[in-house]
Design a protein around this ligand. Structure first.
Ligand code: HDL
Ligand code: ZN
Length: 418
């Protein structure tokens, strides 16, 4: 690394523990829900969609195969028959490399043997230490029939795994969810009466307490509008936002996802659409006492999101989500955010579904963040402002979770004391 400034910044960014603010990982005490290992890595839905373009078998044959057979289909299609140059493929290679495994010297069987020899608890510690993670934020859904029983049974929490309350079915499928809530004993009706909105707030408060939620989160389709005469708009206004204000919760909006564009690909079948950010603008303006964490799935929404963040201090952009989590777009989006927001945003989250993935997602993202930050520090130095190591450390800590934690803390300050 010829550039001494890049070397300084890279060293500091690597040494700064990360709060991974959105993942699909689970507390180790939730058992099989926490995925890890080579087969899980290979059947990651990012790789399934890429493999579906190259596999010699139809996707229906793939879905009827065992997880190991599915992993073999992916391995052959994307690593043997073609060079693994996509970001998700490179991620598998980086992950193995960071675990001390030379990818080209192993076939799937020997990789399975290596993983089988790992002690699960020590593996979790090793992955979190290697990725230098301070905390992992889960996606916790009361509507998930597999996850919910783990909370009903109760378990001793691993403090490294913090919770976030995910409420998509409440907002995007209200009629069906109203029926489910009634089965759970909530006195709700299909009509969003004051009584029903009160019961929804009670449900949200109950689960916020049960999981010790850090924030409340929903993913939204491109069609989302606010204000609007829709169930989702009225539930947000009449239940979710008051709940968030009363319980010190930021509201995280993940905007622009088109679910099931190709249902044959199952979880790999979701797509992207342009979100209507005038809805976000109206929400931030109408609810200055609420705090909004926002990430957008469409590349074309990124600039408008950053400009909105300049207008609303209660809006905190985060992450290069899903289809924008590529080196090219991480660099573009992070540069745009630094140039328009300084360090008042959170550049990345991993969205990891398999524990090992945090190794590659943070290795790749930290290196780009270091490069982009170095570029900005070099420009400041050229204008006469040399940064110190302590200042680089301060900035890295803010970007890698400190700013997020402070933004969340602000949501917990009662409105009258703000
Ligand atoms: O809605 C979400 O939280 C998305 O992150 C989806 O889970 C998506 O399947 C994903 O894993 N993206 O990275
Ligand atoms: Zn996610």
């Amino acid at each position: 690394m010829a550039d001494p400034l890049l070397a300084r910044v890279s060293r500091i960014v690597q040494a700064t523990p990360v709060h991974d603010i959105h993942t699909h990982l689970y507390d180790p005490a939730q058992g099989e829900l926490l995925l890890w290992g080579i087969d899980e890595l290979l059947v990651y839905h990012y790789l399934v969609s890429e493999a579906s373009r190259q596999m010699e078998v139809p996707i229906e044959r793939f879905w009827n195969a065992s997880k190991q057979e599915q992993a073999e289909f992916v391995w052959k299609a994307l690593f043997v028959d073609h060079s693994p140059v996509s970001e998700a493929c490179r991620g598998v290679i980086t992950t193995l490399n960071l675990l001390g495994i030379e990818p080209r010297k192993h076939d799937l069987e020997s990789l399975r043997g290596w993983y089988a020899a790992q002690n699960p608890d020590r593996f979790i510690d090793r992955v979190m230490q290697t990725a230098n993670l301070a905390s992992i934020c889960m996606t916790n859904s009361p509507f998930d029939p597999v996850e919910r029983p783990t909370w009903d049974r109760g378990f001793t929490r691993d403090p490294r795994f913090v919770a976030a309350l995910r409420i998509d079915p409440l907002l995007v499928a209200w009629p069906e969810t109203a029926g489910w809530l009634r089965e759970q004993g909530c006195a709700v009706t299909r009509e969003l009466t004051a009584q029903t909105l009160g019961e929804v707030r009670r449900f949200l408060a109950d689960w916020t307490a049960r999981i010790d939620s850090r924030y409340c989160m929903v993913s939204l389709p491109p069609s989302f509008a606010w204000p609007a005469d829709t169930d989702i708009a009225r539930l947000i206004e009449g239940a979710v936002l008051p709940h968030c204000r009363d319980h010190g919760q930021a509201f995280a909006l993940m905007m622009g996802v088109q679910r099931a564009v190709n249902p044959r690909l199952r979880m790999a079948g979701d797509g992207v659409g342009l979100a209507n950010l005038t809805a976000l603008q109206a929400l931030c303006a109408a609810h200055p006492d609420n705090r909004f964490l926002v990430t957008c799935l469409a590349r074309e929404n990124q600039h408008e999101l950053v400009v909105l963040a300049r207008k609303f201090p209660n809006l905190h952009p985060f992450g290069c989500w899903w289809f924008t989590n590529t080196p090219q777009l991480i660099r573009e989006i992070t540069t745009m955010r630094l140039e328009l927001l300084g360090t008042s945003f959170t550049p990345q989250h991993s969205d990891a579904r398999v524990l090992d993935q945090v190794l590659y997602k943070w290795h790749h993202s930290r290196s780009i963040l270091a490069e982009v930050l170095t570029d900005k520090y070099a420009a400041a130095a050229a204008a006469g402002w040399e940064v110190t190591d302590a200042e680089i450390q301060r900035d890295a800590a803010e970007l890698l979770g400190g700013g997020f934690e402070r933004f969340l803390a602000g949501a917990r300050i009662p409105a009258e004391r703000r």
